[in-house]
Design a protein around this ligand. Structure first.
Ligand code: UDX
Ligand code: ADP
Length: 457
């Protein structure tokens, strides 16, 4: 049996997933390829292209032993007979379905590369999140080869979250494998099981038909995002009624049917998946003639936009209805803590709205400053990027906490208060800080979905 695995796409999904696979399957050779040369160089170096706690050690252990990073996509296709595809599937920006449907051009290009450079049968595994029934299109493209080759398509979506990728991959809640109900499909499934059983208990591996697997991935993300939008919508109501969203979330979460996770109110969810996958679900529902279903899920995204706007409106309103010319220290730009990733970060939208109000921004983030600079390229206004938090707050009128970095808790807020203009404000978009302690120092504190602590009468 050929025990070489190829992964096309060395991004946030492909890189960590394959590193864990190689680490757990020393009898397999795992090659990860990408068309992006700089990215591959980084995977080969001591500074990996993405920051994930624990990933460096895993990569160091396996790299050069049975884990290889390369730009030789065609050579990899030739060598392996199991090919994971984790290229990006962004939201379409053009043509039919623009703004909602998935852009499958990278996927299709990969399928065509696979046909062209294969001289034997292959198993092609969908790792990227794809619209339901993509496998049918893929199978059709792959089977159109004129070499008489057989390709089996498997759906094996990835559920890891950034920042916890290593633990999620090492100890997954479940591994989902969708296959065709044909002898070829079932044989391909067995090959997948052989890989995952190296480290995942059998009872955690769920096998389904291929369409269920594709759809489950979209729906898992939509359901998670829906919980956040639900709680965020209630945070607005809390602010009107003196209820406290932390207490409401905790009380709800004690119901074992609801569960306590993913009920943290925030300025909104970000990340490369949630918005994209929901919009994809909306598009699919519309495509299949289900406008009510589409409208239901679209509301999850609309509430997320509303929450960002509401946060900016509150800053303006509480700071005497104008922030023009005022310096705002933005604490956190990453879409969540423990990552340098800023894709779809609510901070992008919040900062753009603050700039529209002519505020001056000093952005501080422990890992995401480079990406922040890229995201705000072309924005007009006064923006500085500060690795040092004390630099960011110098002469600032307020701090806006946009990411839940635990690092912020260690800062000296007495010193920060001294450095700021008075009255000094904190708008905590993540309910991260100790609000009473901040109030006692002298700050006017505006948490999310909780009563304000203000010295202003
Ligand atoms: C998500 C899914 O969790 C993962 O299963 C899927 O494979 C990819 O998409 P990720 O985007 O890495 O993972 O991050 P996640 O931890 O889910 O957080 C997404 C966003 O929701 C972040 O902006 C986070 O700050 C926010 N969030 C999360 C909240 O606002 N409140 C919460 O209670 C939880
Ligand atoms: P994800 O978060 O889904 O992993 P990323 O954007 O981080 O998405 O990674 C996708 C990777 O796929 C990128 O590094 C990109 O260069 C790579 N890629 C896209 N199309 C191709 C292709 N046709 N061949 C090889 N690599 C590709």
């Amino acid at each position: 049996m050929n025990k070489t695995i190829l992964c096309i796409g060395a991004g946030y999904v492909g890189g960590p997933t394959m590193a864990i696979m190689a680490d757990n399957c020393p009898d397999y050779k795992v090659i990860v390829v990408d068309k992006n040369e700089a990215r591959i160089k980084a995977w080969q170096s001591d500074t990996l292209p993405i920051y994930e706690p624990g990933l460096d050690e895993v990569v160091k252990r396996a790299r050069g032993r049975n884990l290889f990073f390369s730009t030789d996509i065609f050579g990899g296709i030739e060598e392996a007979d199991i090919i994971f595809v984790s290229v990006n599937t962004p939201t379409k920006t053009f043509g039919a379905g623009a703004g909602k449907a998935a852009d499958l051009q990278y996927w299709e290009k990969t399928a065509r590369d696979i046909i062209e450079h294969s001289s034997g049968d292959k198993i092609v595994v969908e790792k990227s999140t794809l619209p339901v029934r993509t496998a049918a299109a893929m199978q059709r493209i792959l089977q159109s080869n004129t070499k008489g080759l057989n390709f089996e398509v498997i759906s094996n979506p990835e559920f890891m979250a950034e920042g916890t990728a290593v633990t999620d991959l090492q100890h997954p809640d479940r591994v989902l494998i969708g296959s065709m109900n044909t002898p070829g499909g079932q044989a391909a499934l067995q090959r997948m099981l052989d890989i995952y059983l190296h480290w995942v208990p059998r009872e955690k591996i769920k096998t389904t038909n291929i369409w269920s697997s594709e759809l489950s991935k979209l729906v898992s993300n939509a359901m998670l995002a829906q919980r956040i939008s639900s709680v965020n919508s209630i945070s607005a109501l809390c602010e009107k009624t003196d209820a406290n969203i932390l207490e409401v979330s905790a009380a709800m979460g004690l119901d074992s049917r609801i569960g306590s996770k993913f009920l943290r109110a925030s300025i909104g969810f970000g990340g490369s998946c949630f918005k994209k996958d929901i919009l994809n679900l909306v598009y699919l529902s519309e495509f299949y003639g289900l406008p009510e279903v589409a409208a239901y899920w679209e509301q999850v995204v609309l509430i997320n936009d509303y929450q960002e706007r509401r946060f900016v409106a509150k800053i303006c309103n509480k700071m005497f209805n104008t922030i023009a010319g005022k310096k705002i220290a933005v604490f956190g730009f990453a879409f969540k803590a423990d990552t340098g990733d800023t894709r779809e970060s609510p901070a992008i939208y919040v900062c753009k709205m603050l700039l529209e109000e002519r505020a001056r921004l000093a952005i501080h983030d422990p890992k995401a400053l480079e990406n922040a600079m890229l995201d705000l390229t072309g924005e007009t206004g006064d923006i500085t990027y500060c690795a040092d938090p004390y630099e960011a707050v110098k002469g600032a009128h307020c701090i806006a906490v946009l990411t839940d970095w635990k690092d912020f808790l260690k800062y000296d807020f007495r010193k920060i208060y001294e450095l700021m203009e008075k009255p000094a404000f904190i708008f905590d978009g993540r309910n991260l800080l100790d609000h009473q302690a901040m109030f006692d120092i002298g700050f006017n504190v505006y948490p999310l979905g909780q009563p304000a602590l203000s010295h202003l009468k």
